[in-house]
Design a binder for this molecule. Structure first.
Ligand code: SAH
Ligand code: SF4
Ligand code: F3S
Length: 482
């Protein structure tokens, strides 16, 4: 395969889009001046952090156009669905939610409804929406978010659903506006796409080939974030530890961690996701040596049986995975390990599944994100024989969760009575008098504490333990959000 160069969207193109943003903004302002009515937009995001990060850019663009954010469909002038197609249930949920807007669109024809994201990179999904959900005004994909102003403006004048999907694989866009949800922590995409083609996974087909942002652009973005009060960054990509391979300069993910570690004001660095095949000794050392890199590694293993791993195209064996984990644990005994596991991949026998449980018991993960295998059209696994019966998948899935919950709970029990540094995320969603935050190891901790603000670093003593979270009491404030 010949390597394609990354394509950078030119400043002139972005300037053209910006002119459209300004034009729409002026229209909205004029309307406000004559009618007193503010404009609102709602973005509903499904899927992973990659999509959340894209939604922050769309929000940034909409904000510059003069739209305020809302969670209320009734209030919204624009509703955008940023979709995911990694598993079937994500798709089904979307169809239900778009269908539910039909009456709203009938009563308010000027409402603009848009669908974007990963699912729209699949032809059959686009066809389905065009055919069955005619109240959708515009559809665009993952590669042309930068063109959203132009597509959006056109959609005002179109009668049919406007579709603008780019197949282009190698696009990188810098300097898009962004409206981040939080000030104290931020997701920073360091690379787009994926080259791994795990046989069950749709992501490489909808997100294109791996392409890394230039290190100076990543570092510059994080400097600016730090200046704005950001304390924690999560470096984002489908496989961050293959960062840099496409850049043609001598830099890898470990080198990038050292660079980010030097940025003043940033207190914590996280990253996800890592593919076991690219977890080098150099990277393990970097995680250990960089004081700001948190003691947490998310390292999906997917399945324990070598037969299934091969069929999944994961290119490592169970033994190699366990070997890497033991290296990580030897270098950093207190590191928290989390993982992703798929249950019921085609051909997975009872013995194969036992191998998955064996890895879970041997590694003792702090937490596992467990998924029932979902057939994705267009992937090699969807065409495999020996698809597993639903009841079988569910039986094993329940067993896996039981085993993992017990381990999570036991590990968390070891936190009881100790004091940990916590970055405060704010009041808990369920109880406004309780604050919530995370330890460096990534554990959610809810605690009672007064005079503490979002973004403070505090010491919290663990007093209660659950499988998925901890409870604690505030000991002291280490650093307040300035
Ligand atoms: N690039 C990341 C995340 C990919 S999607 C990684 O490789 O880890 C997140 C998780 O969804 C995957 O790790 C996998 O466990 C799960 N997943 C992906 N495709 C799936 C499918 N077809 N059925 C069930 N789970 C799937
Ligand atoms: Fe999908 Fe595998 Fe790429 Fe992750 S590494 S996005 S599971 S193909
Ligand atoms: Fe879903 Fe796309 Fe992420 S398919 S998991 S939103 S990359």
């Amino acid at each position: 395969m010949t390597k394609k160069e990354n394509t950078y969207i030119l400043p002139e193109e972005l300037a053209r889009q910006n002119e459209i943003i300004q034009r729409i903004n002026r229209n909205n302002e004029n309307e406000y001046n004559s009618s007193g009515k503010k404009k609102f937009a709602r973005i509903i995001t499904y899927g992973c952090q990659q999509n959340n990060s894209d939604s922050e850019k769309l929000k940034g663009i909409l904000k510059n156009m003069g739209y305020n954010q809302t969670d209320d469909n009734e209030k919204a002038d624009v509703i955008l669905f940023n979709t995911c197609c990694v598993r079937e249930n994500a798709e089904l949920k979307l169809y239900g939610n778009i269908g539910a807007l039909k009456n709203l669109k009938l009563s308010r024809p000027e409402l603009i409804i848009g669908v974007c994201g990963c699912m729209m990179q699949q032809k059959h999904a686009v066809e389905m929406i065009k055919k069955k959900y005619r109240h959708v005004d515009l559809i665009f994909g993952t590669h042309n978010i930068y063109k959203f102003p132009e597509i959006f403006e056109k959609a005002f004048h179109e009668k049919c659903t406007l579709v603008d999907i780019m197949d282009c694989e190698g696009v990188i866009v810098e300097n898009l506006p962004v409206d981040r949800e939080e000030k104290h922590k931020a997701w920073v995409t360091i690379m787009y796409g994926c080259n791994n083609f795990c046989s069950y996974c749709i992501v490489p087909y909808v997100r294109g080939r791996e392409r890394s942002r230039k290190p100076e652009n990543v570092v510059d973005e994080i400097y600016k974030l730090a200046e704005g009060g950001c304390k924690e960054v999560t470096l984002l990509g489908q496989n961050v530890n293959s960062y840099g391979k496409d850049l043609g300069i001598n830099i890898d993910f470990a080198d990038l961690l050292y660079k980010v570690n030097e940025i003043e004001g940033i207190e914590r660095i996280r990253f996800m996701t890592s593919h076991p095949k690219d977890l080098s000794d150099k990277l393990i050392l970097a995680i250990k040596e960089c004081n700001k890199v948190c003691e947490h590694l998310h390292l999906p293993f997917q399945a324990g049986s070598n037969k299934i791993l091969k069929s999944m195209n994961r290119v490592y064996t169970k033994e190699e995975y366990l070997e890497k984990v033991s290296k990580v644990k030897k270098a950093m005994p207190n590191i928290a390990l989390t993982t992703d596991i798929i249950v019921g991949f085609p051909g997975e026998s009872a013995i194969d599944f036992e191998e998955t449980l064996d890895v879970v018991r041997k590694v003792r993960f702090d937490q596992a994100f467990t998924f029932i295998y979902s057939k994705r059209e267009g992937t090699p696994a969807a065409r495999m024989e020996n698809q597993i019966r639903e009841d079988e998948k569910h039986k094993n899935f329940d067993r896996l969760i039981e085993v993992q919950n017990q381990i999570s709970r036991n590990i968390n029990e070891g936190y009881r009575g100790n004091v940990y540094e916590v970055l405060v995320d704010g009041p808990s969603k369920t109880n406004k008098d309780i604050l919530t935050g995370r330890t460096r190891t990534g554990k959610i901790i809810n605690f009672e504490g007064k005079d503490t603000n979002i973004g403070d670093l505090v010491n919290v003593k663990v007093t209660g333990v659950f499988s998925w979270s901890l409870h604690g009491e505030l000991i002291e404030n280490i650093k307040s959000q300035s």
